[in-house]
Design a protein around this ligand. Structure first.
Ligand code: NAD
Length: 505
């Protein structure tokens, strides 16, 4: 299946991952590969196929044939559910191996990726259970002697394009509902983290899915992205990534009225009211911005703190941040690993410098930690003296950088929290129940957490407002995002049709 190892690094063979198309591993037509580096060492550790136009076309053709003429087109929903349960079991059996691949690929903690991989099968099980519960409706009483009903149909070929920060998780959030609904999929992971997605595509064949139902191609977004979006056989593009790329995809898809769902960037506020439990706040704020080295779309990167507790909260967060154990993401004691690559490291460092140039103070961090000369490590960073109009409060940094902004009143903080182009998530820290509900309702955010941060579940809708995205993933609603609704009218009037020039009603 895979070519022979080229090199050993940390006892892991450097392998070559070809493309997975139509139920089989295939070499890219041009035979070209690119290497993927381990962010903890900066060294390449495997190669992934660099798909070009003919490969994209082959993957879409396979998915299209599977949808239109293959056995999948007549597979009943209950059987689709059974297959999804089976792939969940295969994923569960490979959870440890997949967690290691992901941690080596994106630099996130092995324990974080283990937890993700343990929950991954549940995403497939949730939608397995839903597969045969999608129903059309009978619309009663629409006309005399006529029956009107609706059919929920799959869309066809779905292209799933994902970011590097949680490759399999983001893919699962698309694959599971799309397949439950009867679509076929071509998934393209980020070029920085291709391995696990390519591997998992083959598990669908192992679980019994017909060839062509799930295809995976690795490649550079700027080289093959437009083709994936523009192909007229693609009915929907489900995308997770940056806002600029999301906008480009939506604009191109709009040209041919293809459906899109977009999970994009964020600049989420976390709001600390003076009546909050400050021990919880410190833990939650650290979890919200320093877990996964801040490489979370939902990162609570803007911390609004009531002026009366500002200094106390900053002191507690700095104390916790300064105790964070930085190190190799594969080691169990590590709390903060590296950023994904040199480009991201340079971007985050430049954002901090720009913040300082605009007047922010570095309360902690701001630089490469000492003793970490290789790999893309950065200290957890706390910036104080930030105003909501500074670049660090407006730009998505996607790194371990917290900007602290004081406020005086509830009305002021709701206005400031909503004064952003994004609308993905928000945190509220308070012991006042009425305030919690009031502020949750007032915030322009797709997900609001009260006295907690980062909870997610296959059962609960996930997705942002404004420039953070379009559509919802997870929850029962996500299945419908991969469906279209048809309305069917049946005339059963024995008397035949009436006057052709009168509206029948
Ligand atoms: P990115 O936009 O650079 O890349 C995402 C994917 O798009 C990759 O697979 C890439 O190859 C592909 N791509 C690039 N150019 C393309 C094009 N022209 N056409 C089609 N595809 C193209 O994002 P990234 O750096 O991989 O990920 C970080 C971003 O993802 C952050 O903004 C983060 O907030 C966002 N994100 C959002 C969520 C969410 O659920 N809202 C989750 C994770 C990450």
């Amino acid at each position: 299946m895979f070519s022979k190892p080229l090199k050993e690094e940390n006892d892991v063979p450097l392998t070559r991952y070809p493309l997975f198309i139509n139920g089989a591993w295939v070499e890219p037509v041009e035979g070209s590969y690119f290497s993927s580096e381990n962010p903890a060492t900066g060294e390449a550790w495997y190669e992934a196929a660099r798909a070009t136009g003919p490969d994209v076309s082959a993957a879409i053709s396979a998915a299209h044939a599977a949808f239109t003429t293959g056995p999948w087109s007549t597979t009943l929903p209950t059987e689709r559910g059974r297959l999804l349960y089976r792939v969940a079991d295969v994923l569960a059996a490979h959870a440890e191996e997949l967690a290691e691949i992901e941690a080596r690929d994106n630099g996130k903690l092995l324990r974080e990726m283990r937890a993700q991989m343990r929950s991954l099968p549940d995403y497939f099980r949730f939608y397995a259970g839903l597969a045969d519960k999608v129903r059309g409706d009978h619309i009663q009483g629409v006309a005399q002697n006529a029956l009107n009903y609706t059919i929920r149909e799959p869309l066809g070929v779905v292209v799933a394009i994902t970011a590097w920060n949680s490759p399999l998780y983001l893919a699962a959030m698309k694959l599971a509902p799309a397949l439950a609904m009867g679509n076929t999929v071509v998934v393209k992971p980020s070029e920085f983290t291709s391995a696990a997605t390519l591997k998992v595509a083959s598990y669908f064949t192992e679980a019994g899915f017909p060839p062509g139902v799930v295809n995976a191609i690795s490649g550079r977004g700027r080289e093959i992205g437009d083709q994936l979006v523009d192909d007229p056989r693609v009915a929907k593009i489900a995308f997770t990534g940056s806002t600029p790329v999301g906008r480009r995809i939506a604009a191109r898809a709009g040209e041919r009225l293809a459906k899109v769902s977009l999970e994009l960037g964020g600049k989420s506020p976390s709001i600390v009211f003076p009546d909050a439990d400050l021990d919880n706040v410190a833990t939650g704020v650290v979890a919200g911005v320093f877990a996964a080295a801040g490489q979370m779309c939902t990162s609570g990167s803007r911390l609004f703190v009531h002026a009366s507790v500002h200094d106390e909260v900053v002191a507690r967060v700095v104390r916790r941040a300064s105790a964070i154990r930085i190190g190799n993401p594969l080691e169990s004691a590590t709390e903060l690993g590296p950023l994904v690559n040199g480009g991201q490291h340079a971007h985050v460092t430049a954002c901090i410098a720009q913040g300082v140039a605009e007047g922010a103070k570095v309360a902690f961090g701001g630089a490469r930690p000492s003793g970490f000369d290789r790999g893309w490590y950065l200290q957890p960073t706390v910036l104080t003296g930030v105003h909501n109009d500074m670049s660090v409060a407006r730009t998505e940094i996607f790194g371990p950088v917290l900007s602290v902004i004081p406020f005086e009143t509830e009305e002021e903080v709701v206005r400031l929290a909503n004064d952003t182009e994004f609308g993905l998530a928000a945190g509220i820290w308070t012991s006042n129940l009425a305030r919690a509900h009031r502020v949750a309702a007032a915030l322009d955010a797709g997900i609001v957490w009260v006295n907690t941060y980062r909870n997610e579940s296959a059962q609960s809708p996930f997705g942002g407002f404004k420039q953070s995205g379009l559509g919802k993933e997870n929850g029962t609603e996500a299945v419908l995002e991969y469906s279209r609704l048809k309305s069917v009218w049946i005339n059963y009037d024995e008397g035949g049709l009436a006057d052709p020039f009168t509206y029948p009603g």
